[in-house]
Every structure is written in C-alpha cells, then in structure tokens.
Design a protein around this ligand. Structure first.
Ligand SMILES: [Zn+2]
Ligand SMILES: [Zn+2]
Length: 178
C-alpha cells in the first residue's frame, strides 16, 4: 500500500520538510541532492545531506564508482562512497551525543531500504518524505513495506517548496542543482 498524501499537514511539519529541502543544497553528490533533518520535541537534533566528506568538492572528485558511472536508484550502493542524508543526520547526532530515540525524520526523497533500517535501529518513530515516488522491484518493495509499517508514521508529503520560492519566477527546484 502506498502512503497517503497528508493534505492536512501542520505548518510546523511543512517547515521541517522545507528545512530538509534546504539542507539538500549542502549535498556534494553529483547524482542527486538529498537533505534530512532529525526532529524531536520541536527542535532540530541533527541535519544531514548526502555525499562525501567536506574535504572534496564533490563525489566525482572523490572517485565514487557508482556516482561516476550513473546507476539506478535503490541499487549499487556497495560501490558507492556517498553516505545518505539520513545516515549523516544520525551519525551527526551520534557525534554530538544526541539521543535519536522517539525522533522524527524529514527527508526530501523516499528513504532507501538501508536508511529505513538504520532509522528503525536509531529509534526514529516517524518518517516524512517529499519528492517523487520511486519503487523497488516488487519482491523488495514487499520487504520495504514490512519495514515502513513498523514506524508510527510513514508518510509522503507534498513538497511545500512553493511556499518558499513560489514567488520567484522560474526558480529551479530545490535539490536538483548538482
Ligand atoms: Zn555521489
Ligand atoms: Zn538511503
């Protein structure tokens, strides 16, 4: 079953997904720009973006085999040195000694299977994502749903980016610049 689009999103949830979309601008992955924020009790615990360390301008320069060679969404991660936005957010929280239990994560892309598993292990309770839908092959998708059903909330929400940049004519969509 597909997650329902929540049309009655609170303003605060819209602002968190907007923050995730802004955080995606810090990505240094050449394939796509993803941002994630971990939220608890109305506060940002950590932010994450996908890519390699700040020591490199982007993942191509860092030599990422997957990103240089293209590759399909949801596969080939064993050849990828870019960590995902969700992973960086959780790692950032760990570095700072911030507990992630009972938190919510907002991401501007449907999380991959591994990130969902890591979120689950980190005690994340609610997952919200924006962006285009994508799916694994049916048999993997089945497992994905077993996992996603374990969160108290797993919900796709419409990007509220228009609320921020809608007044700028021809504004390029957030997160697609690299
Ligand atoms: Zn990359
Ligand atoms: Zn992921």
């Amino acid at each position: 079953m597909r997650p329902q689009i929540d049309n009655n999103l609170s303003e605060i949830k819209k602002s968190w997904i907007s923050l995730a979309e802004l955080t995606a601008k810090r990505s240094n992955c050449v394939r796509r720009s993803v941002g994630a924020v971990l939220i608890k009790d109305g506060e940002v615990l950590a932010e994450g973006w996908n890519g390699v360390s700040d020591d490199y301008p982007n993942c191509r320069v860092a030599g990422c085999p997957r990103c240089i060679g293209g590759g399909d969404t949801g596969s080939g991660y064993e050849n990828c040195i870019c960590i995902h936005a969700e992973q960086r957010a959780i790692a950032e929280a760990a570095r700072n000694g911030t507990a992630t239990n009972d938190s919510a994560i907002y991401v501007n892309l449907r999380p991959c299977l591994q990130c969902l598993a890591i979120c689950k292990a980190a005690g994340v309770r609610e997952v919200y994502y924006s962006g285009e839908e994508w799916e694994y092959p049916a048999e993997v998708e089945k497992i994905y749903h077993v996992l996603s059903d374990q969160f108290a909330i797993f919900s796709r929400i419409e990007s509220p980016a228009g609320l921020i940049v809608g007044w700028i004519p021809n504004a390029s969509p957030i997160g697609r610049e690299r």
